[in-house]
Design a protein around this ligand. Structure first.
Ligand SMILES: [Zn+2]
Length: 224
């Protein structure tokens, strides 16, 4: 994980949601048969193992405040914070005709997200700025948020998250003119290890067409 720096363009291969990650792709490392068991079964198994973790740590699982924690954590993993691992949760996107022939950039800014560092399983909290230049179709604004949300809700590294959002929108909108800039703070930097609060990491993936426009670049690189 490159911290506190800016990631610039790299080649983007296709994202195949269900394959084991080949090296140098933007696919999340998800097992091929990961969805052969139900969410209920996953919750049951994770509850069991989390109980063991708490027990090994020396916690009293008969304590009123703690006894439901394993199940609570398991449900949170499967149904909430890692729900973006399941392709069934990928947002349905409806496009609209570009009836105004709008061909200038549309910039959606300050999209908040919470993801989780895949190395430490602690939060990555940040903001995404997304821009695209429409071709024949336009996308509902909330759908851009939903794409950010879907790829955030899985164990991640920020570079991959940036590329996955950009690649997904490019595929949906059938245009290369999509740019994503993310600014995020990593709890693995602020609450452990070096223990530094206040730093953040910026990653970007921008098409050539945006790099030649100072206006777009300024807008994309400005956060609230
Ligand atoms: Zn980390």
């Amino acid at each position: 994980m490159k911290q506190n720096g800016t990631l610039l363009n790299t080649q983007v291969p296709k994202d195949d949601e269900t394959c084991i990650t080949p090296k140098n792709t933007i696919t999340s490392p998800i097992k091929k048969d990961d969805f052969s068991i139900s969410n209920e079964e996953k919750i049951r198994i994770i509850t069991h193992h989390f109980k063991e973790i708490m027990d090994v740590l020396g916690l009293d699982l008969n304590n009123d405040s703690l006894k439901e924690t394993p199940k609570r954590v398991a449900k949170m993993y499967v149904n909430e914070i890692f729900s973006g691992l399941n392709p069934k949760n990928k947002p349905e996107i409806t496009l609209f005709d570009n009836e105004f022939n709008y061909t200038e950039p549309l910039i959606e800014k300050n999209i908040p997200f919470t993801s989780f560092c895949e190395h430490h399983f602690v939060p990555i909290q940040g903001i995404a700025n997304v821009a695209y230049i429409p071709s024949n179709k336009v996308i509902g604004l909330s759908k851009i948020h939903r794409v950010v949300d879907y790829f955030s809700k899985r164990p991640q590294v920020q570079e991959r998250l940036t590329l996955q959002i950009q690649n997904e929108l490019k595929t949906i909108l059938k245009t290369d003119d999509v740019g994503v800039v993310i600014k995020a703070s990593h709890s693995c930097i602020s609450c452990r290890g070096i223990d530094h609060q206040g730093s953040y990491t910026i990653t970007s993936f921008l098409p050539k067409s945006f790099k030649s426009s100072t206006d777009i670049m300024t807008c994309l690189n400005t956060f609230k």
